[in-house]
Design a protein around this ligand. Structure first.
Ligand code: UDX
Length: 438
């Protein structure tokens, strides 16, 4: 078993650190954010992620294999494998901000005391591995370390499961020594016959971007088809279902909606598009996917306005769902963040409700109205939009909704409600690509 240091206790670092300790390694997660580390040492998890709390608890308390510390230097010195899992935010110009990566690399450069594997999990542009190697080499001999790129494919809301049972493992290593050590780090998966691909560092970096951008492309594609279905009188769900039955296409990521959000797809598509431009190979498909995704939330506002007979100003609108997807409190790049300020600008009074993400949203948007349950949120409103497909909205009581609202008007932007029920109850409604009664 290895002694592992994970730098950065954000989403990826925390899930990976906890997962690696579950595999049997001795893991110390470190961060410059003392508040977060103190919180973790008190047994509290700074993010909402199903299964993470119990995984952290059992590995901290029961087996004592998971630790949290602000002493980054000591933790680097003490470990044989150092994971870099710091944030790689997007700069205003759309490029990736590598300052946290650089500072982690400098910390490593200053504290390497014997041979170590330095492994990046954060999503970084192609060439970042070489950049990190150069920083470490500026102060150390090349025999002191091997660099590895091991991108994560964790979905928020199911990240623990994705870590424990991944579709595949990508290990971008330059030497067989490094590859073998990494294979050992993931031994439980190896035993489970998880496909492991040994690539170059640059290939691993590229795989991550290409995979994420492809999924984003798929979503934008089905959203465009959905928009067209509305005009030609076709239910997009039938189209997506039949498309998905073709093994070459697969049914996943063909669910239309108000556009993709989250911390990955919007940032990664932009970064890949920048990379294309940098090498004079503009990625036109990705650029189109980004454009479609920028327009999709605005289409939802047009739909709502249509439902309200083009008299949106002065109306009360309930928003059900604020997080970028269910089972997370993350609101980064969520459709709600794009739609709500625009509605406010148009003179709409917002009544918002989300089962988990409300506090995060309130911090960013303190001036809208928040309610503790959906019943209170929709009471006396003129329209309601569903923006996140939380389970409690899937089975929502439409009869109750109708009795509480001023007008029974629903925009189901996630296509989760039964059209026949809405018709039966005489709702004025719309959705994305399914309303076939023209
Ligand atoms: C994604 C990737 O799935 C993961 O592999 C990568 O490492 C990180 O980015 P995540 O951002 O957590 O994970 O969420 P994901 O489930 O992929 O959804 C992203 C967005 O796409 C959400 O806003 C979701 O609502 C939207 N989406 C997804 C659709 O609109 N339609 C779909 O069919 C699927």
């Amino acid at each position: 078993m290895e002694k592992i240091c994970v730098i950065g206790v954000g989403y990826v670092g925390l899930v990976s650190g906890a997962g690696l300790s579950e595999f049997g390694h001795d893991v110390t997660c470190v961060d410059i954010d003392e508040v977060k580390i103190n919180l973790l040492n008190d047994g509290k998890i700074p993010i909402y992620e199903p299964g993470l709390q119990s995984l952290v608890e059992s590995n901290c308390r029961n087996s004592n294999r998971l630790h949290f510390s602000i002493d980054i230097s000591k933790s680097i010195k003490d470990s044989s494998v150092v994971f870099i899992a710091v944030g790689t935010p997007q700069k205003k110009n759309g490029k990736v901000d590598l300052s946290f990566i650089d500072s982690a690399a400098n910390m490593i450069a200053d504290n390497i005391n014997d041979y170590k594997i330095i492994c990046t999990k954060s999503t970084v542009p192609v060439g970042t591995g070489e950049r990190i190697e150069k920083i470490i080499l500026s102060k150390n001999k090349s025999t002191m370390f091997d660099y590895v790129s091991n991108p994560e494919f964790l979905r928020e809301g199911s990240a623990v499961n994705d870590f424990m049972i991944p579709d595949r493992l990508i290990i971008g290593a330059r030497t067989s020594k490094a590859y073998n050590i990494m294979k050992n780090v993931y031994r439980p998966l190896y035993v489970n016959e998880t496909p492991i691909m040994n690539t170059s560092v640059e290939t691993a970096e590229m795989i991550k971007y290409a995979a994420n951008a492809f999924l984003a492309l798929k979503i934008s594609y089905i959203n465009e088809i959905a928009n067209l279905c509305e005009d030609v009188g076709v239910d997009v769900h039938d189209v997506a279902k039949a498309m998905g039955q073709d093994g070459r296409i697969s049914p996943k990521f063909l669910h239309p909606g108000p556009g993709y959000g989250g911390s990955c797809f919007p940032k990664d598509t932009l970064a890949l598009s920048h990379l294309g431009k940098k090498f004079n190979k503009p990625l036109k498909t990705i650029e189109a996917a980004i454009e479609v995704n920028n327009n999709q939330p605005m289409r939802m506002i047009e739909k709502l306005n249509n439902l309200l007979d083009n008299k949106i100003s002065g109306k009360k609108v309930a928003i059900l769902g604020l997080s970028f997807k269910p089972k997370t409190d993350d609101i980064r790049e969520a459709t709600s963040v794009k739609i709500i300020p625009e509605l406010v600008r148009l003179g709409v009074t917002i009544h918002a409700y989300d089962p988990i993400a409300m506090n995060n949203f309130r911090n960013q948007f303190p001036d809208i109205n928040y309610f503790e349950n959906w019943e209170e949120a929709i009471r006396d409103t003129d329209a309601c939009i569903i923006l996140t497909e939380w389970n409690e909205f899937r089975g929502i009581d439409l009869i109750k909704i109708k009795s509480l609202m001023s007008e029974p008007v629903i925009l189901d932007a996630k296509n989760i409600l039964s059209i026949s029920k809405l018709e039966e109850l005489e709702f004025k409604y719309d959705n994305v690509g399914r309303k076939i009664s023209l």
